[in-house]
Ligand binder design. Structure first.
Ligand code: N01
Length: 490
C-alpha cells in the first residue's frame, strides 16, 4: 500500500481530529500547518467575556475523546480550549504541527500539491485537507469614521484584554450569538452598556446547568453512561433544533417559536419588549440561546439602541436621530465573512484552475467536501455543509471517515480523486431545491444566505448527512491512475 504524505491546514477542532483519525487509519505522515502559535482555532481566537458554546459540551466533544469533567451543560470557551489543547497534547498533534506557518499557496500538478507558506516553507504533498473553519474571518463593518474613535475598538473575535472594561462605558454593535453572550457577561461590570441593534433576534431560553462532582464521577467510572449521555444529547439536539429548522412547518419548529415568544414576554417594559421583537420567524437567523440576555438589557445601566448608526466619532457612536452615545470602548460583534473558507490561500488545481475564480460567484463543494478540478483536496466543514445547527465536531468526524475511504483509492494506486462536475452540479441543484422548505428562507437577513438569498447550508437532516458520509459513491468521482485496485462499498 502506498504511503501518503498529507498536509492539514489549521490546528483547530477539525485539524486535531484529522491527525488522530488519519493515524487510526494507518496514515501517519501528516503535517499540520497552523498560522497561529497554538491549537484551538475558534476557541483560541474568540476569548470575549461570556464566551461559551451553545451546543451541549458532551455533544461538542470528539466521539473518540469523551470528557467526564465538563463543568456545565454548555462549557465556557476557555474550558473548551483547554479540552482541545489536552486532546492535541495527549494525541501527539502538537508534535505534528508547524506553528506560525501561514499557508499562502497550493498548486496541484502530477498528482501532488506544492504547498508554500508565508514564512518561506515549500513542500510537496499527496493530499491536502483544509481544516480552516467557517466562521473565521471577522466581518469588520465599514462604519463611517470608525478610525476616528478615540477610545478602544475591536472585533469580538479579536478581544483586546489589555483594554480595561470595568466601570467604563461600553458599546456593543450587533445582536448575534457573540453580542448576546458579551452583553450578559459585561453588564454588571461596566458603568454603562449600549447595545446597538440593527435587527432584533429571537432568543431561545436555556439553563446552563452545572454538572456536580457526583455526576462527573459517574461519567468517569462508567464511560458507557457518558456515551449514552452524548447520544441522548445528539438525538435531542437533532430532533428539537437541527431537524426543526430544515422544515419550516414542522411541529418542532412551532415549539421553538412558542418558546422564543414566551421568553420575549418576560421583558417587563412593553416598549423595550416591542423594540426587541423580530418581524421574522424564529430560526430564520441562527437562533440565539441565552438565559441572561433579556435580564441584562433590563438593568438600569443598559440601553438598547435601535436607531441606525450614522457614524463613529471620536467620543462615540452618532445615531441617525442625531444623538451621540459616548463610549470608552466599542465592541464590534459583527460576525464573520462566512464565504471565505480556505481563502485567501491561492489554490491552483488541475490545469491551473484557480479556486478563487471557480468560486467567483460563491463557494460550493460536492457534499460540502471536495471541488471538481481540485484533486486530492478535501475541505472539512466546507461550503454548504451542515453548519450552524449541528455539532461541527460530528460533521468533521463524519467527513473524515468518508475522506479516508477516498484516500484508500490513492493508497491502493490511484493518482488522483476528485468529484465529477456532473455529480457536483447535481448535488448543488438538489441542495438548492431542498433549501426551499427551510425556515432560513422565510424572510430575514442572515449569514446563512448567499448572494442570491439561498441558504449556504445543508438543508437535509443530520441522519441524511450520516447516510451520505457512510461511504463515497465512486460513480460521483473521477479517479485517475490505477483505479481498479480498490473498491469502496456504497
Ligand atoms: O455574528 P452574527 P456572531 N451595523 O453574524 C450585526 C456562532 N457562534 O459572531 O442581524 C450594525 O450572528 C448584524 O446585524 P443584522 C453561531 O453560529 C456561536 O454573533 O445583520 N450591525 C448581527 O446582529 C453564530 O450564528 C456561539 O442586521 C451590524 C451581528 O452584527 C455565528 O457564530 C457564540 C453591522 C452579527 O451577528 C456568528 O455569530 C458566538 C453593521 N454594519 C458565535 N454588520 C455560541 O456557541 C453586522 N451587524 C453561543
Amino acid at each position: 500500500m502506498r504511503d501518503l504524505k498529507i498536509a492539514v491546514i489549521g490546528a483547530g477542532m477539525a485539524g486535531i481530529a484529522t491527525v488522530i483519525k488519519l493515524r487510526e487509519a494507518g496514515i501517519d505522515d501528516v503535517t499540520v500547518f497552523e498560522k497561529a502559535s497554538d491549537v484551538g482555532g475558534t476557541w483560541r481566537e474568540n476569548t470575549y467575556p461570556g464566551i461559551a458554546c451553545d451546543v451541549p459540551s458532551h455533544l461538542y466533544s470528539y466521539s473518540f475523546a469523551p470528557n467526564a469533567d465538563w463543568s456545565h451543560t454548555f462549557a465556557s470557551g476557555d474550558e473548551i480550549q483547554a479540552y482541545f489543547q489536552d486532546v492535541a497534547r495527549n494525541q501527539g498533534v502538537y508534535d505534528r504541527t508547524r506553528f506560525g506557518e501561514e499557508v499562502v499557496s497550493l498548486v496541484y500538478g502530477d498528482g501532488r500539491w506544492s504547498l508554500a507558506t508565508a514564512g518561506g516553507y515549500r513542500g510537496e504533498f499527496d493530499v491536502v485537507i483544509a481544516a480552516t473553519g467557517v466562521l473565521h474571518h471577522p466581518n469588520v463593518p465599514d462604519l463611517p469614521g470608525l478610525d476616528s474613535f478615540a477610545g478602544d475598538a475591536f472585533h469580538s473575535a479579536r478581544w483586546d484584554h489589555d483594554v480595561a472594561i470595568d466601570g467604563r462605558r461600553v458599546g456593543v454593535v450587533g445582536t448575534g450569538s457573540s453580542a448576546a453572550q458579551i452583553t450578559g457577561a459585561l453588564v454588571d461590570r461596566v458603568a454603562h452598556l449600549d447595545l446597538f441593534q440593527r435587527t432584533p433576534q429571537w432568543i431561545m431560553p436555556v439553563d446552563n446547568t452545572p454538572y456536580d462532582d457526583a455526576q462527573r464521577q459517574v461519567f468517569r467510572d462508567d464511560p458507557a453512561q457518558m456515551r449514552q449521555a452524548r447520544e441522548g444529547l445528539g438525538r435531542a439536539f437533532a430532533d428539537h433544533f437541527a431537524n426543526a429548522v430544515i422544515d419550516a412547518d414542522s411541529p418542532a419548529m412551532a415549539i421553538i417559536e412558542e418558546a422564543c415568544r414566551a421568553h420575549l414576554e418576560s421583558v417587563a417594559d412593553p416598549d423595550l419588549r416591542e423594540r426587541l421583537r423580530p418581524d421574522y420567524r424564529a430560526g430564520c437567523k441562527r437562533l440565539i440561546a441565552s438565559g441572561d440576555f433579556y435580564d441584562a438589557l433590563q438593568r438600569p445601566n443598559a440601553s438598547l439602541v435601535t436607531e441606525g448608526i450614522e457614524r463613529i466619532e471620536a467620543k462615540g457612536v452618532r445615531t441617525a436621530d442625531g444623538e451621540l452615545h459616548e463610549l470608552d470602548v466599542l465592541v464590534l460583534a459583527t460576525g464573520f465573512r462566512s464565504d471565505r473558507f480556505l481563502r485567501p490561500i491561492d489554490v491552483r488545481g488541475r490545469d491551473g484552475a484557480s479556486l478563487d475564480e471557480v468560486w467567483a460567484e460563491r463557494p460550493s463543494a460536492h457534499v460540502a467536501l471536495a471541488v471538481p478540478h481540485f484533486p486530492n483536496l478535501f475541505l472539512l466543514n466546507g461550503p454548504n455543509g451542515p453548519v450552524g445547527n449541528f455539532s461541527l465536531i460530528d460533521v468533521a468526524e463524519l467527513q473524515l471517515d468518508y475522506t479516508i475511504q477516498l484516500l484508500d483509492q490513492l493508497r491502493h494506486g490511484a493518482e488522483s480523486v476528485e468529484p465529477t462536475v456532473e455529480a457536483a452540479e447535481a448535488f448543488e441543484e438538489a441542495r438548492v431545491e431542498a433549501t426551499k422548505g427551510t425556515v432560513w428562507v422565510t424572510g430575514c437577513r442572515s449569514w446563512y444566505l448567499d448572494d442570491r438569498g439561498i441558504p449556504a447550508a445543508w438543508p437535509w437532516s443530520i441522519d441524511h448527512f450520516r447516510e451520505v458520509m457512510q461511504a463515497p459513491d465512486l460513480s460521483q468521482y473521477r479517479v485517475t491512475g490505477d483505479v481498479a485496485a480498490v473498491s469502496v462499498e456504497s
